[in-house]
Design a protein around this ligand. Structure first.
Ligand code: DPP
Ligand code: ZN
Length: 844
């Protein structure tokens, strides 16, 4: 298939004024009747009538009531039409039950549901399936199921049928339909505009009672968007449905969000603090899309970051307000580095706004989402919070009801603030993570920072140009006082100097505060300076960053010289862990060592070839040394960090549990898991249960506990996903591949369920040392399963192929092993477009 290019965009030939759909549901023979009012688009450059359609069985078609016989291809149909408004009618037949790709209309455990973003609607009926064609939809569903849902407001219903009307013009990717035996957790919300909205979270009867937290998160999201962005909800009902088989996290269909069940269902016994946090974040994310995505949508899929970057930025703001901004920022940056920096540094690097794709599903990436959000954070920092608010108000005002572009978005900022964003726009077109090289000097009371920026070449982009980089800086005096509070320096050139005058002594710089730009900071500095910043920095992000850099340097030295961990680091860590002025959640984060994959990346960026097994071994040694050095502190923290009263998933208690379980994990290295076993046996919530089990698995224990866990949770799919994932991801490197293989033979390994597949196969790819086993057995197992899954669910299979994106940084032998597996996949007959594009990019 030919790639689609941004530069080839042309406006649609026909616009749609109205869509009426009727569904006669049947597992293998659903009939879909469509009646669509088309009119020629005055802005069109050509007049060809083309409707997308894939895998549809066309029963009949009419134009203005007269039967027609269109020309049908695998991608859609064409037909001669009047050069004036006309009505298209068609009947197609589809088979939801055999739709294993989980795109279009499919069935999940007897329930009908849909996923149309990006291009799934064309698997439901013939339609101009592109986001710049927006229309109001009326939907009638006929089916022998108690709950029948679609977008918009309920219009009428009776036994075995229901009608829905969505007055807001929308692109087809926001269409949704659900039919099943479902029960609702309901609430009501009155908007600031006085609209009473019925809220329902629909789950299977067996999951009743597990949607209270999701409902609470939804109400808080609605309030927050009114208060912070002035955006109110615009329909009389808001429905959310939890589905077991789902390729992604969730989907923002207008008025009918569909969620992967793992991001809706929670009870203290079955969900961890992390699950609660994810539910809160994703409920908010999908709700916020109602304005940033639905009311204002994307002109074409190249503009995906327009809705996703902005909506991630908004959900991050929301979560920071609901919890702790400092802790949230640190967690977001850990994730950004782990996923986006990794992507940006490898063969899959692409700009936040890509310029071509073969399969758009392959571009729902960390770069589009997370780097897209960072770009908005930088914009806000550059124009200030008030400038940002003015620009956003103008954006909603000017583009409501439209399908917009990144150019529209930036123009709004230029018009609202008067700032020229020509150079800033490079953040959308240039791939790769910029590196900042910083040196400094001090003379006659003047401290000068010399900053150079450089972005390495990425596929298709050999040459890079300087970007606008907001560099937030503070200066500390040698006694620890802040002498220059946070100041934002604006880098625009390849090399620039910034002087600070009138200082009494050489200051210690705190650079890139709050991680003010998604860049890699290179600066030679001493362990003493890092320890100083860990102790004194007033910027919580940089305080954490100093500790992380110290840990990384210690690990790099341990790897190079087989050295013992530097005592200065261990002492600094102990002081921090003991500091009761610090938030427990922050302390837990600071006690977490950099991940193995992160260390591999750090070594690679220093020009070394990482050895995954050596990294694992060094990190284990450091953990044991930290455990021993801070010895008596662990039982103290364990005793202090209890949470009196009933379980609450709020940030305060979750932070205490995180610190307590960190202490428990270190303690397990000293008492061979004795305390962890007691803790597991006494646990009355899933956070404690998983925390204790992880602590045991990490030291090679926990067999009995795993068995007990399985007996207890056998019937709970989401909890059992944890059981599958944990034992693979925490397996000893030598047994990881065998553990994964054994679990694929488990009777409950339902590999067509994306969550279960990700638990086992994804769990293996997350066990860095196990996955990269020198024999290549890990690569082979993952490739075997990707081939198998690709035949039934290309989207999820292609997504997981990113596990191989780090091959260029590995040693020759591993490179050859991975390339052989990728070539083996590439040579398969009948490979999906999704997977073919991914392996092609990975190998290029
Ligand atoms: N648009 C969805 C989301 O990011 C993904 N399909 O929320
Ligand atoms: Zn989204």
């Amino acid at each position: 298939p030919q790639p689609v290019r941004l530069s080839d965009y042309t406006p649609p030939a026909f616009l749609v004024d109205k869509v009426e759909l009727t569904f006669h549901l049947h597992p293998t023979a659903t009939r879909v009747l469509s009646k669509i009012a088309f009119r020629p688009n005055p802005a069109a450059v050509e007049r060809r009538f083309f409707l997308h359609g894939e895998g549809l069985d066309l029963v009949s078609a009419q134009i203005d009531g007269t039967p027609v016989t269109p020309d049908i291809t695998p991608e859609g149909l064409t037909c001669t039409v009047p050069d004036a408004p006309f009505t298209w009618q068609a009947e197609v037949r589809i088979s939801p039950e055999t739709n294993t790709a989980l795109e279009g209309l499919y069935m999940s455990n007897g329930m009908y549901c849909t996923q149309c973003e990006a291009e799934g609607f064309r698997k439901i009926t013939y339609y101009p399936d592109r986001p710049d064609v927006m229309a109001p939809f009326t939907v009638r569903i006929e089916g022998d199921l108690p709950v029948l849902l679609s977008n918009g407001n309920p219009a009428a219903q009776g036994a075995g049928w229901a009608e829905w009307h969505d007055p807001w013009p929308k692109p087809a990717y926001l269409f949704a339909l659900v039919a099943g035996e479902l029960v609702a957790t309901s609430g009501r919300f009155t908007t600031c505009e006085g609209r009473a909205v019925d809220l329902n979270i629909w789950v299977r009867p067996a999951d009743q009672g597990k949607a209270d937290y999701a409902l609470d998160a939804l109400i808080r999201s609605m309030k927050w968007d009114e208060r912070v962005y002035g955006r109110a909800y615009d329909l009389d009902v808001f429905n959310i449905v939890a589905v077991d088989d789902f390729n992604m996290g969730a989907m923002e269909n207008k008025g009918l969000n569909i969620f992967n069940a793992r991001y809706v269902l929670a009870s203290p016994e079955t969900a961890t603090d992390r699950d609660y946090e994810n539910i809160e974040r994703i409920i908010a994310h999908e709700y916020f899309h109602n304005w940033t995505g639905n009311r204002i949508t994307c002109r074409d899929w190249f503009q995906l970051c327009l809705k996703e970057g902005l909506t991630v930025f908004r959900d991050q703001q929301f979560a920071g307000d609901a919890r702790s901004h400092a802790v949230k920022r640190i967690e977001d940056v850990i994730a950004l580095r782990a996923r986006q920096f990794r992507e940006d540094g490898g063969p899959l690097a692409h700009p936040v706004r890509p310029e071509s794709y073969t399969e758009i599903n392959n571009f729902y990436t960390a770069t589009v989402y997370e780097k897209g959000a960072e770009v908005i954070g930088m914009l806000r920092r550059l124009v200030g919070p008030e400038g940002y608010d003015k620009a956003l108000a103008l954006y909603f005002d000017r583009h409501d009801g439209e399908a917009a572009t990144i150019e529209d978005w930036l123009k709004v900022f230029e018009d609202a603030t008067g700032r020229d964003l020509t150079q800033f726009k490079r953040w959308y077109s240039q791939a790769g993570t910029p590196r900042l090289h910083v040196t400094d000097d001090f003379k006659d009371g003047t401290y000068t920072l010399h900053v150079e920026q450089e972005t390495p070449p990425t596929p298709g982009q050999p040459e890079k140009h300087p970007q606008v980089i907001p560099l937030a800086v503070g200066l500390l005096s040698p006694n620890g006082d802040e002498v220059v509070p946070t100041t934002v320096l604006e880098l625009t050139e390849e090399a620039q100097n910034f002087a600070f005058e009138g200082l009494g002594a050489r200051p210690v710089p705190s650079l890139l505060r709050g991680f003010s730009a998604p860049v890699i900071l290179d600066r030679e500095t001493s362990a003493e300076e890092r320890a100083f910043l860990l102790a004194h920095d007033t910027d919580p992000f940089n305080k954490w960053e100093a500790g992380r850099a110290l840990a990384r340097d210690v690990l790099v030295a341990m790897l190079a010289e087989n050295a013992a961990p530097a005592p200065a680091y261990l002492d600094a860590l102990a002081a921090m862990a003991r500091d009761e002025a610090l938030d427990p959640a922050f302390r837990a984060l600071a006690l977490r060592l950099p991940g193995e994959d992160q260390l591999a990346e750090d070594l690679h960026s220093r020009g070394q070839t990482p050895d995954p097994l050596a990294i694992h071994a060094a990190r284990e040694r450091l953990k044991t040394a930290v455990a021993a050095h801070l010895g008596a502190l662990w039982p103290q923290l364990y005793d202090q960090m209890t949470c009196p009263g009933a379980y609450s998933p709020g940030a305060a208690d979750a932070g205490r549990r995180a610190l307590r379980l960190t202490a428990l994990a270190y303690l397990a290295r000293l008492d061979r898991g004795a305390r962890a076993r007691t803790h597991f046996a006494a646990a009355d919530n899933m956070t404690d249960e998983i925390g204790a089990l992880s602590a045991l698995l990490e030291i090679g224990a926990g067999r009995d506990e795993l068995d007990r866990f399985a007996r207890r949770w056998r019937d709970d799919r989401l909890v059992m996903d944890k059981w599958f994932a944990l034992q693979v991801s925490l397996a000893h490197p030598e047994t990881a591949v065998d553990t994964a293989r054994r679990l694929t033979e488990h009777p409950d390994f339902n590999w067509k369920n994306p969550n279960r597949f990700r638990a086992v196969i994804g769990g293996l790819t997350m066990n860095a040392a196990g996955f990269h086993d020198g024999s290549g057995a890990g690569y082979r197992l993952v490739a075997d399963w990707l081939i198998r899954l690709d035949a039934v669910n290309p989207q999820t299979a292609a997504r997981m192929s990113t596990a191989f994106e780090t091959w260029p940084r590995l040693d020759r032998a591993r490179q050859a092993l991975i390339r052989a597996e990728l070539n083996r996949i590439a040579a398969r007959e009948g490979l999906s477009r999704d997977m073919a594009e991914m392996v092609g990019r990975l190998l290029s």
